[in-house]
Write a protein that binds this ligand. Structure first.
Ligand SMILES: Cc1ncc(COP(=O)(O)O)c(C=O)c1O
Length: 389
């Protein structure tokens, strides 16, 4: 048994965050202050968008952006089945119907050709996820969206600083969202943000996150309490300053690991397009269980016993989650609020070949900025020692 565990994810934080948060606590102003505004301004500048609206988490950001698009009952939104579940549930939160499309088997992101096949007269938007820090095919997706008059909401929860043709993700669609959850490339504990160049989307998002309240005691729309606190924003400002150094370390660690492991016959390394700056939120390996002669779960246990924590990303296609199969979206069997849509689709019949090939077979390696050269060498050595049975 190994004496030390190399963790799969670790936040990069220090005294600066402690100091920044301490100042807010002592100031007595915890909401709606200048730190949130500064964080929004600086994050918009970082992504190269005109506006940003900070919210309480990435899921709230997705819901807010969809509502700002005018997505609602009777509408369909095209989503990938290999992502965190809230990319999909946010569509349901907006009262609309998620429709799954297949992914590209190299980038693991939405395949524009398959997206095209899923478009109906009800389709309003597409949510490409820049999965693991890679970038979705924005040229292809924008062409499809343009042809069919659809809006694009980029889910950049795993892609802070990822670039496509030299431009940051989150600036291609009508809106983008980011998460600042604890394990993300930068964190505020919990947190999220909506980026956009569209003034109307921006104005809607600001109202929606704060009870639909343009001024005290006046509520003009159905809003929520999706605000980010000053404490979160103070931490976010420091984390934003660290982001590029952290991304550089993640990229260097991942490129080293992938180059050193690529010849192992029981795994495969995905291809990254030359016009993409992959920021490796996850450093993914595609495991061939047959060649390895061992189920994925055993590999995870074996690596754990050698002191290396890894993650399986993601266990099953999201159309096979119990909620999607049962379609019991509301308590007490309350009906789906799909307007004239009728019943939601029968997700148990969905089968997308590229998703099926990779779901449950992707392994996320430790690649965080706190890893030492010795940690990296140890990971490489350990993988090479594993003999197929
Ligand atoms: C791709 C993706 N979308 C959305 C989210 C939701 O973000 P949050 O956890 O901040 O609600 C996450 C992460 O948790 C994610 O990885």
């Amino acid at each position: 048994m190994a004496t030390r565990m190399i963790k799969v994810a670790e936040p990069l934080v220090g005294e600066e965050e402690v100091q920044a948060v301490r100042e807010v606590i002592l100031s007595g102003q915890y909401v709606s202050g200048h730190r949130v505004e500064e964080f929004e301004r600086r994050f918009a500048e970082y992504t190269g968008t005109r506006y940003a609206t900070a919210v309480s988490n990435g899921t709230a950001a997705l819901h807010t952006a969809l509502a700002a698009f005018g997505v609602g009952p009777g509408d369909e939104v095209i989503v990938p089945p290999l992502t965190f579940f809230s990319t999909v549930t946010s569509v349901v939160h907006a009262g609309a119907v998620p429709i799954f499309a297949d992914i590209d088997s190299e980038s693991f992101c939405l395949d524009p050709e398959d997206v095209k096949r899923r478009i109906t007269r009800r389709t309003k938007a597409i949510i490409p996820v820049h999965l693991f820090g890679n970038a979705a095919d924005m040229d292809g997706l924008r062409a499809v969206a343009h042809e069919h008059g659809l809006k694009i909401l980029e889910d950049c929860a795993q892609a802070h600083g990822t670039e496509y043709r030299g431009q940051k993700v989150g600036s291609f669609g009508e809106a983008g969202i980011f998460s600042f959850y604890a394990t993300k490339a930068m964190t505020t504990g919990e947190g999220g943000i909506v980026t956009t160049n569209d003034e109307q989307i921006y104005e809607y998002a600001r109202l929606m996150r704060g009870h639909g309240m343009p001024e005290r005691d006046t509520h003009v729309m159905l809003g929520y309490n999706y605000r980010m606190s000053e404490i979160q924003a103070a931490m976010g400002l420091v984390q934003l300053d660290r982001l590029e150094a952290s991304n550089h370390a993640r990229i260097a660690n991942s490129e080293f690991l992938l180059a050193e492991l690529q010849d192992i016959p029981w795994l495969r390394v995905g291809k990254v397009e030359s016009h993409v700056r992959h920021t490796y939120f996850w450093c993914p390996l595609w495991i061939d269980e047959e060649k390895l002669g061992m189920p994925f779960s055993e590999l995870i246990q074996l690596l754990r016993s050698r002191g290396i924590e890894v993650r399986q990303r993601y266990k099953r296609p999201l159309y096979r989650q119990p909620l999607m199969i049962d379609r019991n979206f509301y308590a007490n069997g309350k009906p789906w609020p799909g307007g004239d849509y009728g019943e939601p689709p029968d997700y148990s019949k969905v089968f997308l070949p590229n998703v099926e090939k990779v779901a449950g077979k992707l392994l996320g390696l430790p690649n965080h900025p706190n890893l030492t050269p010795d940690d990296l060498a140890y990971i490489v050595r350990t993988f090479h020692e594993i003999q197929p049975s």
